[in-house]
Design a binder for this molecule. Structure first.
Ligand SMILES: [Zn+2]
Ligand SMILES: [Zn+2]
Length: 168
């Protein structure tokens, strides 16, 4: 698979020791990940893979498409991602593209938000803290039709409205 930004080859990178859930571009340092492994990852873990310096000229070579299924990547905006962090998502497979060192900017922001809820003894709504996972992408892509769609929506509805307790 190739980098959506610079076109170099992506390599499997076992983020949190998990194989097959994250890949990284050896040239520009961008990360291609699923959502759950990023939600789990810690800043300490990320520091095992230092950021890279890259000349801007490489960043126009890629096609900005999903490395797996060629779907055009869409900029993601949601409550769980700070507005000044740029991340793209494939609406087909649900994976996330973190250009350059954006993942290194997102994780501290997410951790600070978690700490806020923990220190203030508040419950955090899942959607305000965590990246949404694949099941939502499946619904958007229209692969699931009719009654099945309704059933999945109901299943999704419960955890989506729920709250998660932040533990130290
Ligand atoms: Zn790259
Ligand atoms: Zn995809």
């Amino acid at each position: 698979m190739r980098c959506p930004d610079c076109g170099a080859v992506l390599s499997d990178t076992p983020l949190m020791g998990k194989v097959g859930e994250a890949m990284r571009c050896g040239r520009c340092g961008g990360w291609w990940t699923n959502g759950s492994v990023v939600n789990e990852a810690t800043m300490m873990e990320l520091l095992k893979w230092p950021g890279k310096m890259i000349a801007g000229k490489w960043m126009v070579v890629g096609e900005e498409r999903c490395p797996r299924d060629r779907q055009l990547l869409m900029k993601y905006e949601g409550e769980s991602v700070p507005f000044n962090v740029s991340v793209k998502r494939c609406t087909k497979c649900g994976w996330w593209w973190w250009p350059g060192d954006e993942l290194y900017r997102f994780k501290p922001a997410q951790e600070v938000k978690k700490d806020y809820f923990r220190l203030w003894g508040k419950m955090a709504e899942t959607g305000s803290l965590l990246l949404p996972l694949l099941i939502i992408a499946v619904i958007l892509s229209g692969l699931v039709a009719g009654l099945m769609l309704v059933q999945i929506r109901q299943q999704v509805g419960v955890p989506a409205r729920g709250e998660i307790q932040i533990h130290k």
